[in-house]
Design a protein around this ligand. Sequence first.
Ligand code: NAD
Ligand code: UFG
Length: 337
Amino acid sequence: MKILVTGGTGYIGSHTVVELQQAGYEVVIIDNLSNSNREVLKGIEAITGKAPVFVEGDCTDINTLRKLFEENPGIQGIINFAASKAVGESVQKPLLYYRNNLNTLINLLECMPEYGVKGIVFSSSCTVYGEPDVNPIDETAPIKPATSPYGNTKQISEEIITDYVHSGAPIKSIILRYFNPIGAHPSAKIGELPLGVPQNLVPYLTQTAAGIRKELTVFGDDYNTPDGSCIRDYIDVVDLAKAHVVAMRRMLDGEDTDSIEIFNLGTGRGVSVLELIHDFELSTGMAVPHKIGPRREGDIEQIWAIPDKANNVLGWTAETPVGETLANAWRWQCSLK
Ligand code: NAD
Ligand code: UFG
C-alpha cells in the first residue's frame, strides 16, 4: 500500500516514514526542505534498507501535488506533517502560518477525491486545549481560544477536515493531537535538527550538556505545580511514529470506523521541567548546567493527556520510559558532533 507523507524529511515525519516502511508500506515523501535536510533520506535508508521516493516540492502549490499524484499512482493514504510550527514566529508572521498550514491542507483535501485517496491522518496538537481547567485531559475537553496563530491553524485545520468529511466527501480522516514529542531513533541516524538556537526544551538541554550552550534556563519555578516548574506530557518520537502506522491501518482497513476520529497521543504522565532535567542527568550521567529564569510568555502551566482512547481503540500505547527517550536524544546529539 502506497502512502504520501508530507513533511516526511522533518522530525516526526522521518521517524514515521521509518515505521511505515518497516511495516511494509511504500512511501512517497513530499517536502520543500524549508525546515529539514535532504541528508535525512540517507538516515531513513540506513535504518530501513530502503530509500523512500522523494519529491522536493511545496504543498501550497496544487499543481505540484497533482503532478505528484499523476507520477505516483495508487496512493491510498496521506499523513500530513507539512506545516510551519514555531509558535513565536507565528506571532510575528501570521500570514506565513495561515498560508502555509491551511493552503497545504486544503490542497491535499481537494486532490484526494480526484486521485482516489481514501484517508488523511492529520498532525494536530494539544495546543488546541489551551490551558486546561483540569488535568489530565481527554478528547472531550473544551477547545480554548488559540493563544498563537500557529495554534489557531491547528484549530482551523481540524474544523476544515471535519466540515469536508461531513459534506459527504468520499474520504476518512484521523486527527492526532500530539502532546510533547521528544527523543530520536535509537540508531541515532535520525533525530530532531532545530535550526539556530533551539526553542524547545529537549534540544536546548542536549546542546547544553554537549557544551554548545552555556546553560539552560528553566522558564519559571513559581507555577502552581509541586516543584513550581511547568508540567508536560513528553512522548517518545518513535512511539508517536508507530501510532501513525496504527492509525493509517485503522483508517484504510477498518470497515465500520467513523469517517472522522480524534485521538490524544501522550503517555498519561505529567513531568515537570526540573524532573526532566533530573531524568536526563540520571540516564546519561551528563550534568546540565541550569538556572531559574522568568516565566516564558504564553506558556501553559500544566497539561498532560488521558491517552485511554488511543490505548483502547487504536490498541496503541506509548511504551518507552522517559529515561530511555532522553538517552536516545543524547545519543543523537553526540552523533551530530
Ligand atoms: P518539522 O518542521 O521538523 O517538519 C515539518 C516538515 O514539513 C519540514 O521538513 C518542512 O520542511 C516541511 N514543510 C513545511 N511546509 C511545507 C510545505 N508547504 N510543503 C512541503 N513541505 C513543507 O516539524 P515536526 O516537529 O516534525 O512537526 C510535524 C507536524 O507535527 C507539524 O504539522 C507540527 O505542527 C505538528 N506538531 C509538532 C509538535 C512538536 O512539538 N514537534 C507538536 C504538535 C504538533
Ligand atoms: N522550557 C524551559 N526552557 C527552555 C525551553 C523550554 O524551561 O529553554 C520549558 C517551557 O517553559 C515549557 C517546557 O519546557 O514549560 C516545554 O517547552 P517546549 O518549548 O519544549 O514545548 P511547549 O510545550 O511549549 O510546546 C510544544 C511545541 C508546540 C506545540 C506544543 C503542544 O513547541 O509547537 O508543544 O503540542 F504546540
